[in-house]
Design a protein around this ligand. Structure first.
Ligand SMILES: Cc1cc2nc3c(=O)[nH]c(=O)nc-3n(C[C@H](O)[C@H](O)[C@H](O)COP(=O)(O)O)c2cc1C
Length: 190
């Protein structure tokens, strides 16, 4: 049987990169071929959570594929039907807004647009501390769009960050298999 081909896009929620890399490994260990994608900000910004070049190196070594991190890298994703499913996790408030409003000026948002032309599924893993404020409407918009699915999510610190929501990264593979069959994993919020 052919391997499943997953695009795995990282956007600038740097504090959750470690969780995402765990999921990339998990998908590979489950037999999938994983193609890493990074937004401009995630591939160029060094933070206290790590250096951009180290993350690029790690993603390349883990997956065996160069990181898609320019618009020209991302454009052929749809025409070449590169992925069965495209995962965007962590997905920032910024990227959620762009996807909700059709703005495709980063490798990740263009990857989504290019992939969606084939009516194939996109799986979003939200990680943003404005999910229950300004990003709320964008999450709602994407929930209502065809071919978008969500990794289950929860408030990560309701006392100190009452508007913050983070997905349950460990549910990525399960959510991906369901999304490939046109189904949303439930419950979305827990
Ligand atoms: C250290 C650090 C941590 C960040 N964490 C988050 C986060 O968890 N969620 C989020 O939506 N934005 C976060 N940001 C802000 C985004 O990186 C910023 O909005 C950026 O424009 C996102 O671009 P992208 O969506 O194209 O990757 C963080 C920024 C820094 C420097």
């Amino acid at each position: 049987m052919d391997k499943l081909r997953f695009g795995y896009a990282l956007t600038g929620s740097f504090c959750t990169f470690r969780e995402s890399f765990k999921q990339i490994e998990n998908l590979i260990n489950s037999g999938a071929d994983v193609y890493p994608i990074m937004s401009f900000n995630s591939s160029k910004t060094d933070t206290r959570f790590g250096k951009a070049d180290d993350f690029i190196k790690k993603a390349t070594e883990l997956t065996g594929h160069n990181v898609i991190r320019t618009l020209t890298d991302a454009e052929p994703i749809g025409p070449k039907k590169m992925f069965d499913l495209l995962i965007v996790s962590p997905c920032t408030g910024n990227t959620l807004a762009k996807l909700a409003y059709g703005i495709y000026d980063t490798p990740v948002t263009l990857a989504v647009k290019s992939h969606l032309r084939n009516q194939r599924p996109v799986l979003i893993g939200v990680s943003t501390n404005d999910a229950l404020s300004s990003s709320g409407k964008n999450i709602g918009t994407l929930l209502n769009y065809k071919n978008y699915y969500f990794i289950p999510m929860k408030q990560d610190d309701p006392e100190k960050k009452p508007f913050s929501v983070v997905c349950d990264f460990d549910k990525t593979y399960e959510a991906a298999l369901l999304a490939l069959n046109g189904k949303q994993i439930e419950p979305i919020i827990h």
